[in-house]
Every structure is written in C-alpha cells, then in structure tokens.
Write a protein that binds this ligand. Structure first.
Ligand code: C5P
Length: 217
C-alpha cells in the first residue's frame, strides 16, 4: 500500500555548503543536492509537510515543498535548529566539516614574496548529531559518502551520530556526486538492505518506504 505521510513533518538538508574565504572565494564540494531534492519530492508525494534546507544549487523546488536556501554550514545549522518539531529528519547535505576561522573582509592579495598560503580552519557543528540529541527526537536518517571501507565507516557513523538509518554510498571516480543515478546500502540497528543502481527518484521512493516501515515498529 502507498505510504501515507499526511500530517507528518519532514525536514531535509540537501546540497553542499559554501564556506567563505574572502568576499569572492569559498571552499565547496561536489554535492549537487539531487538526492536530497529527490527525497523531498518523494516525501511530499506521500502527503508530508516537507521543509528542504539547501545549499546553493541549480535545481527546481519539488511541488509542495517549502524551500529554505542557505550558504554556509552555520546557516544550515541555524535553519534546522529554528524548526521546533519534526517527525523525520533526513540529512542528505554534504556539510563542510570545517570553515575558515576568520573570513578576510577584503579580497586577499597574492604575495609573490610568500612561498605558500595557509588557511586556518575550525570545525563546524554536526547538524545531524545535534538533531539526534533533541529531547523529542525525530526519526533520524543520514548519509555516508565514502571512498573506501564504505560499510564499516557507515555503520560506525550511524552509531556515532545517533542515526536510526544510514544510507551508504560509494563516491569518487565520478560515482554518486552530481549523477542522476546512485546505488546505496541502507543500514539500521538490526538490518540492512541494498538498493542497486537506479535513478535518485526511484531510490528516494524506496528510502521513504523503508523509513515508514521502520517508524511503525
Ligand atoms: O561525517 P560525515 O560528513 O561523513 O557524515 C555524513 C552525514 O552527517 C550526512 O548525513 C550529513 O548530512 C551529516 N552531517 C551533518 N553536519 C555536519 C557534517 C555531516 O549533518 N557538520
């Protein structure tokens, strides 16, 4: 039977964050936002009230989805913390683990006398771990993009961050990031399921069905 998420509040982060260096430069990553947008579309299609908090991207907002655009990890964390109650949280964003400690107020000049340049980085807050520590915690879903030892790293990450479900995807060599298709392994406390290579829209529908099943237990 089709998933009925009418009345459910779903919050999804998507895309990569941008961490400014100076007024014209930033640190970014290869995330396109496509997986998070596909999940937002799938959840909205099930009747959920969906808020999509996303880094800069070129994607159309899925019908029925409330979109909140942000740029940095701190802004994304702030936008998530402003949402008081949610039933499901899906962290599909590629959040920068570090930001530049002091953003230069003016464009940095190249100094030919210096052999190199060192940027001082400080850690960003972990958005998904913060949500998972809420008193009234939602069902928490995260992603793990790894270039090696995928399943081991994903299983450890699920527990370390307090997620109910983690979706592991291999990246590197042109896989997953900015691609229309993906292949995932889903891992929860007492089970796992492989979702073979398919369009992200198909995977999103399958993920929503698995979340729905796990939430009913
Ligand atoms: O540690 P790593 O970045 O690989 O973890 C990936 C998962 O954690 C993703 O679900 C991502 O959205 C989430 N994350 C987060 N806040 C961070 C870093 C990662 O929510 N600062």
């Amino acid at each position: 039977s089709p998933v009925d998420w009418r009345g459910k509040r779903v919050v999804i982060t998507a895309g990569g964050t941008r961490e400014p260096i100076d007024p014209v430069r930033f640190i970014a990553n290869r995330s396109s936002g496509r997986m998070g947008f596909a999940l937002a579309a799938a959840a909205a299609a099930c009747g959920a009230d969906v808020r999509l908090i996303c880094g800069p991207n070129a994607l159309d907002t899925p019908p029925g989805v409330t979109r909140i655009d942000v740029e940095t990890a701190l802004q994304m964390a702030e936008a998530v913390s402003a949402i008081e109650s949610m039933d499901v949280f899906i962290g599909a964003a590629a959040v920068a683990d570090y930001r530049v400690a002091e953003i230069a107020p003016q464009k940095m000049k190249k100094d030919p006398a210096q052999p190199g340049l060192t940027l001082h980085l400080v850690p960003n807050p972990d958005i998904i771990a913060t949500v998972a520590r809420r008193a009234n915690r939602p069902f928490v879903v995260g992603f793990a993009a790894e270039t090696e030892q995928l399943l081991r790293h994903a299983a450890e990450k699920r527990i370390a961050k307090g997620m109910d479900l983690i979706c592991a995807n291999e990246v590197g060599d042109g896989r997953a990031f900015d691609q229309p298709d993906n292949a995932l392994t889903l891992i929860w406390s007492d089970g796992s399921q492989q979702l073979p290579l398919a369009p992200k829209a198909t995977l999103a529908t399958e993920i929503v069905a698995i979340i729905d099943e796990l939430m009913r237990r």
